[in-house]
Design a protein around this ligand. Structure first.
Ligand code: 1GP
Length: 247
């Protein structure tokens, strides 16, 4: 499968800008009207794309309505960050076709993907294969996804998952601390994965300051995702983005 338009955009942009920033908007935490405003602000602040999703999204109508609002106000690519087969919307530009690699439940590894695949095909959505690894057990995503948590400091475990994702043909690897995590995953873990794994690395969860973002980017992240920072105090966003893009 050749890279589609959005995947190629991300790859080219990583080459040009260094570490990218993607803003995560959760339809259960932000109203569609607020999302419209936030998406515009993200684009003006220099974000590279928008992700839409959340651990408790439960209807396609919710995603459709929300994504339409985001697209009304911003021209950045919108990528679905699905939590189950109900998250697939025809209005997005692409979907992370992701597997929660450290779940103990078949459903999150391949079940939801199998159930949603025909919808992705029917909508003609660009599917971007991604391996998803959740660190720590104290987060909504860990609880919802029946995760066998990776200890954040155990970089060797993260490396094993990362290499497995790469060898399975996944084209991105997402290292997730969980939305609202007290702190991001350690830079040393990102660095260890970067040394061994050659697919682009996405890091998210608990990144709320330019210092955190800069540390994770310098450790080798190709994309940084922030959600909570935007919800709590959006004025920090431009400085987070400036801290990670190439000067
Ligand atoms: C969650 O990684 C994302 O899936 C973003 O986390 O809300 O902590 O920025 P935050």
């Amino acid at each position: 499968m050749k890279p589609g338009k959005v995947e190629q955009y991300l790859i080219d942009r990583i080459g040009e800008r260094g570490c990218l920033h993607i803003a995560l908007l959760d339809p259960l935490r932000v109203s569609p009207e607020e999302a419209e405003r936030q998406a515009r602000f993200c684009e003006e602040s220099g974000s590279d794309a928008i992700m839409v999703g959340g651990s408790t999204v439960h209807t396609q109508q919710m995603m459709d309505h929300f994504i339409k609002s985001v697209k009304n106000s911003c021209s950045l690519p919108v990528i679905i960050f699905p939590n189950n087969a109900q998250s697939v919307s025809r209005f997005a530009d692409a979907i992370w076709f992701m597997s929660l690699l450290n779940s103990v439940d078949w459903y999150y590894i391949i079940g939801a993907q199998m159930q949603g695949a025909l919808t992705v095909k029917a909508f003609g959505l660009e599917a971007i294969p991604m391996g998803y690894v959740v660190f720590g057990g104290d987060s909504t995503v860990a609880a919802m996804g029946r995760v066998l948590p990776v200890p954040p400091e155990r970089e060797e475990v993260a490396v094993c998952y990362g290499l497995a994702a790469q060898y399975l043909g996944m084209r991105f690897l997402y290292l997730e601390a969980g939305s609202g995590a007290p702190q991001p995953i350690p830079a040393s873990t990102v660095e260890a994965v970067k040394k061994m794994v050659s697919i682009p690395i996405i890091v998210g969860g608990g990144i709320r300051t330019p210092e955190d973002a800069q540390r994770i980017a310098s450790a080798g992240a190709d994309i940084i995702v922030t959600g909570t920072a935007l919800e709590r105090d959006s004025s920090v966003l431009p400085s987070i983005i400036r801290a990670i893009h190439k000067k």
